[in-house]
Ligand binder design. Structure first.
Ligand SMILES: C[S@@+](CC[C@H](N)C(=O)[O-])C[C@H]1O[C@@H](n2cnc3c(N)ncnc32)[C@H](O)[C@@H]1O
Ligand code: SF4
Length: 447
């Protein structure tokens, strides 16, 4: 029977969708997407995700779809393409209502104020943006200007997510991301002064040269700033897919045991500071909408991670963006020239996607529930879909070593993550993944 280190050495997805993106295929194309869009319920609010795949410099750890630009020309050109895509997606049955907007990347904060204004205007022309809509943006604090913050605030910015990662200079050198504490503090001050009510800080454990005492100092710094949320991601090291990550030598990376200790230190420390743990890697102040969503059972998971956004439809805009509709998932082409070429022909720039079948929906619900609440009642899911619990027999067999090692408990029809092991939830979720090749090396370490 597998030991705990053996179990954690399995490489499993982060389940920001199910099935996960590697299983999308080109059977879902622009024509299928157009049909799905036409069937959206015009009375049901949806969400928008807009991707800016550019950064000023490349952090060696980065797992996002982005590239470095040395001058602004390609970014401006890309913004015009985005405007075109927004207008193309929009002719739907009606002027659809939008409750949540998220700009991610890459670094949306490298956009010039004029482009921020043009993109927000394009979105407001194409959709019915509700007056109380949430507008969240991912922020690189290095070089963030007051003009950028003001342009975003004018566009209705309500939430900002700032990348911090780690404050230690040795770690920062090893990841090619030099960022002073003052840069983080100034970014927070500017955003708060501009009226942005909610601020999240991103941290990563498992980075090269990280030590437990250094990690504690990063946590101390973050706690002093009193952000509304903190995301504590485990570093996903997949140099096979993200070639630049090979610039981080394996020998500098903390081992599984240290990764576990860092995750545990963050959980204990942030809980001690009054933050509510959300799922496997988020922390929120008790009054924050994420903590409230967890309490009310409304917490969800999408491509941006944990969310309080209840929308069933997320429209992805921009190269590589993934959208989620009641029928399934769609992903745009990742390569900007290909994105430009499709838009030039007035085609939706879809590369692939996935149409959800009934069985997919069953496992999707189990995986999302587990990832969000760290427990799931199989009986409830089986009854909702009118299937026998017997279909879960194989998954239960895969879970058995985790139960024996005390990572999960099984009480009747309920599967619960053990209190000390929330970070094992990806592993437990993977037992229900019908598409995961067992013993695959395609994902990152599960802790
Ligand atoms: C797209 S970045 C946006 C923030 C902005 N570009 C910045 O870096 O400040 C979103 C977050 O993803 C996380 N991230 C990126 N690559 C990662 C990886 N390989 N493993 C774990 N987290 C990662 C980082 O914490 C980063 O802040
Ligand atoms: S972590 Fe942020 S700033 Fe660094 S390369 Fe990735 S997207 Fe760009």
């Amino acid at each position: 029977m597998a030991t705990i280190p053996e179990l954690f050495s399995a490489q499993v997805p982060r389940y920001t969708s199910y099935p996960t993106a590697p299983h999308f295929h080109d059977g879902v194309n622009g024509t299928v997407y157009r049909d799905w869009l036409a069937r959206l319920n015009p009375d049901e609010p949806l969400s928008l995700y807009l991707h800016i795949p550019f950064c000023d410099t490349l952090c060696f750890f980065c797992g996002c779809h982005t590239s470095v630009v040395n001058h602004y020309g390609p970014v401006r050109d890309y913004c015009r393409l985005l405007e075109r895509e927004i207008a193309l997606v929009a002719p739907m049955p009606a002027w659809l209502p939008v409750q949540h907007i998220h700009w991610g990347g890459g670094s949306p904060t490298l956009l010039e104020p004029d482009d921020i204004a043009r993109l927000t205007a394009a979105i407001h022309t194409a959709f019915d943006i509700r007056p109380d809509a949430e507008f969240a943006v991912e922020v690189d604090p290095r070089g963030l200007s007051r003009e950028t913050v003001q342009a975003l605030a004018k566009g209705g910015l309500t939430r900002a997510s700032i990348g911090v990662q780690d404050c230690n200079i040795e770690v920062q050198r090893a990841i090619n991301r030099l960022q002073t504490k003052e840069q983080t503090i100034t970014a927070m001050e500017m955003l708060r002064a501009a009226g942005v009510a909610s601020i999240n800080l991103d941290l990563i454990y498992g980075l090269p040269k990280q030590t437990l005492p250094g990690w504690q100092q990063t946590l101390d710094f973050v706690a002093q700033l009193e952000p509304d949320r903190v995301a504590v991601f485990g570093y996903a090291h997949v140099p096979k897919f993200k070639k630049h990550q090979a610039l981080i030598p394996q020998s500098l990376l903390p081992g599984l045991d240290e990764r576990f200790r860092m995750a545990e230190l963050a959980r204990n420390f942030l809980s001690g500071c009054g933050y509510v743990p959300i799922g496997m890697d988020h922390y929120a102040k008790p009054g924050d909408s994420l903590a409230q969503a967890l309490e009310s059972g409304a917490l969800a998971r999408n491509f941006q991670g944990y969310t309080a956004d209840p929308a069933r439809t997320l429209i992805g805009l921009g190269a590589s963006s993934i959208g989620s509709l009641p029928q399934g998932y769609v992903q745009n082409v990742a390569n900007v020239p290909a994105y430009r070429a499709l838009l030039a022909e007035n085609k939706l720039p879809v590369a692939r996607g996935f149409r959800l079948g009934k069985v997919d929906r069953i496992y999707r619900e189990i995986i999302e529930t587990l990832m969000c609440t760290l427990k799931v009642d199989l009986d409830t899911v089986a009854r909702r879909y009118g299937v026998s619990k017997a279909i879960f027999a194989d998954a239960m067999k895969i879970l058995e070593p985790m139960r024996i090692e005390g990572l999960v408990s099984v009480e009747g029809n309920q599967i619960l993550m053990e209190k000390a092991w929330p970070s094992a939830v990806r592993l437990a979720a993977s037992a229900f993944d019908q598409y995961l090749p067992r013993n695959s090396a395609a994902h990152s370490s599960s802790i």
